[in-house]
Ligand binder design. Structure first.
Ligand SMILES: NC(=O)c1ccc[n+]([C@@H]2O[C@H](COP(=O)([O-])OP(=O)(O)OC[C@H]3O[C@@H](n4cnc5c(N)ncnc54)[C@H](O)[C@@H]3O)[C@@H](O)[C@H]2O)c1
Length: 273
């Protein structure tokens, strides 16, 4: 099977598919100028190029539509859905739109994320809640809505975009680290609970990716920067959305049929140091 056919006949939901970066600044409006190649956008485009029907979900409908337009230019099949992954009602709408357009959802990629470098004392209630909502509650709500159809079909794959912040404690902010550690647990729990029913759930943990710094909270305090810099000194280089996407598409494919519950760093060796 050529890579163009890898996902033929499969429907893939990609969240954060506008690829506008995990920052609130970017969530207000799409960036002017040439399209950013954010991870979500590269993921959606690659799945479409490999034959999947893609449901491109983003909080910013315009940026999801821009991804769909790019896919259409290359003769791919995709629809855009504007939705907040942290809302149960909006997650329902994602699946209603997906099922109406394409039928059953086979693969879900939980990519939407919100970053913060703020340490505990600099993290107010609203920041804590917003990070947990998008990074942890979002994948939970999406998985809960996707799983019944996957169980009926005896087939499904959920890939969670985590971060090395899900594996180590000291490379980014408190809320972000806690949310991504939680997502590691959710990934492994789903893998074990549903693995016997033909469903796989895996996590990908990117290091620093060269599209946008993952920083959303209040200005990073000097003290936090000093603490983080120890871990940052061991980062050999930043990666690209394409390098992350190559791993996600492999994990979602049948070539990875015996990989379930794995948490895979894609960080150029950062967490090995
Ligand atoms: N960029 C990095 O260096 C890096 C490193 C490690 C992990 N990650 C993780 O990878 C994923 C992608 O990050 P990225 O920085 O490449 O971003 P990205 O370019 O893929 O853009 C993320 C998208 O998510 C959307 N989004 C935000 N909140 C949403 C919500 N509530 N509902 C729906 N969509 C929402 C944004 O509008 C944006 O378009 C995230 O989960 C992030 O935590 C990123």
């Amino acid at each position: 099977m050529s890579s163009e056919d890898r996902f033929k006949g499969k429907t893939v939901v990609v969240t954060g598919a506008g690829g506008e970066g995990a920052t609130p600044r970017n969530r207000r409006a799409p960036q002017a100028g040439p399209a950013r190649r954010g991870t979500g956008q590269v993921l959606a485009s690659e799945f479409a190029r490999m034959g999947a029907r893609v449901v491109a979900v983003d909080l910013i409908g315009e940026s999801a539509q821009r991804t769909v337009d790019l896919i259409a230019k290359e003769s791919g099949d995709a629809i855009a859905v504007e939705a907040n992954v942290a809302s149960t009602a909006e997650v329902d709408q994602i699946f209603e739109r997906a099922e109406a357009a394409f039928g059953r959802v086979d693969i879900v990629v939980n990519n939407a994320g919100l970053g913060s470098l703020a340490a505990v004392v600099d993290t107010d209630d609203a920041l804590w809640q917003s990070i947990l909502d998008v990074n942890l509650t979002g994948p939970f709500l999406i998985s809960r809505r996707a799983l019944p159809g996957m169980i009926d079909a005896g087939y499904g794959v959920i890939v969670n975009l985590i971060s090395i912040a899900g594996i180590v404690g000291g490379r980014t902010g408190a809320a972000y680290t806690a949310s991504k550690h939680g997502l590691v647990g959710l990934t492994q729990n789903i893998a074990v609970a549903y693995g016997g029913q033909g469903i796989r759930c895996v996590g990908v943990c990117p290091g620093l990716i060269r599209n946008e710094p993952v920083c959303a909270g209040p200005e990073i305090a000097a003290a936090t920067e000093n603490r983080l810099s120890k871990g940052h000194a061991t980062n050999f280089r930043a990666g690209t959305p394409e390098e992350v996407t190559a791993v996600v598409t492999f994990l979602a494919s049948e070539a990875a049929s015996f990989i379930n519950g794995a948490i895979i760093p894609v960080d150029g060796g950062w967490t090995a140091a």
